[in-house]
Design a protein around this ligand. Sequence first.
Ligand SMILES: Nc1ncnc2c1ncn2[C@@H]1O[C@H](COP(=O)(O)OP(=O)(O)OP(=O)(O)O)[C@@H](O)[C@H]1O
Length: 299
Amino acid sequence: MIEVKNVSKTLDNMDVLTNVNFAVKRGSIYGLLGSNGAGKTTLLKLVTGILLQDEGDILISHQSVFENPPVKNRIVFIADTLYYFPQYTVKQMANFYRSVYSTWDEKRYEKLKDVFEIDESKKVQKFSKGMQRQVAFWLSFSAMPEILVLDEPIDGLDPVMRRKIKNLIVQDVADRGMTVLISSHNLREIEDICDHIGILHKGEMILEKDLDDLKSDIHKIQVAFKGKTPENLFGNLRVLYKEERGSVLLCIVAGDQEMLTEHFTRSNPVIYDMLPLTLEEIFIYEMGDAGYAIKNILV
Ligand SMILES: Nc1ncnc2c1ncn2[C@@H]1O[C@H](COP(=O)(O)OP(=O)(O)OP(=O)(O)O)[C@@H](O)[C@H]1O
C-alpha cells in the first residue's frame, strides 16, 4: 500500500506540489494524470524515495521510504528517461538487477525472453528507444516488485507491445497483489487497466475517483419522441448535460442502467439509445466546477 499524506515540495523556490493526499491500495492500479509540469514526475520521485518531501509523509506499507533500503528493495521505478550503464548488455544489466533485488526471479527472466524477443548479449544503449523500454519492463517484471511505479511507461512502444505489457501488469496485480502507480498525460492510454484515477493540476490533486463507480453510474442517452418532448421527462433524475439536436435529445444522466431505461421508455420514445460514454466525458461532465480545468488536461 502507498500512502501520500499532506505532501508538499518546493524546487528552486517554486511550489511544485502542495498538500497532496492519496492512497493506493495493495493490488490496485492507480493512474496519475496531469498536464505537462503538473508535478507528476516529482511526485513519483518522492514516492520512490529519490527525493524527500518538505512536508508530509510518504509511506509504503506504513514505513517511510526515503533512505530506507529494505523498503526500496520492494519498489521498482521505470522513469520517463531510462538509464543503463554504458557498455552493459541486457545480460549484464540483469546481473545488476539480480544483485540489487532480493526478490529477483530467474525463471521469470528466462520465461520473459519469449515475450520480448530481445538479444540479451547486445549492449542496451545500442537498442532503439522502444526496445530499451522493453528491456526496462523485462528487468522490472523479473525483479518481482511489490510496488511498481511507472512514469509515462508506454511512450515509444508499438501497439502490440503495449498490449503485452498491460497484460503482464494486470497479471502480476491479479496473481500476487502487486500495487501499481502509473503516470500519464492520456486517460485513454491507461483507462483500461486503472481502477482509480487522480488528476494533478499545478501541483494540487484536483480530483480522485474510483473508475468502476464512475462508469456504472453515468450514461449518455439519445431519445426522440413523436411530436413534443414530454414535459418533466427527467423527473427527479440527475441530469449532468442535455442538448437538443433537431428532434433528438442527447443527455448525460446519472443512475443505474436498468432504472434509466425503464424511466425513459415509460414515455414511449420513438428512439431510445444508451450510448457508450468515454471516461474523458464522464470526468468532464461529472466534475462540474473543475470541469474546465479537467477538459484542458484531458483533451
Ligand atoms: N530538479 C528540478 N529543479 C527545479 N525545478 C524542477 C525540477 N524538476 C522539476 N521541476 C519543476 O517542477 C514542475 C513539475 O515538474 P514535473 O517534471 O514533476 O512535472 P510533470 O507533471 O512530470 O510534467 P511532464 O508531464 O511534462 O513530464 C515543473 O515546473 C518543473 O519545471
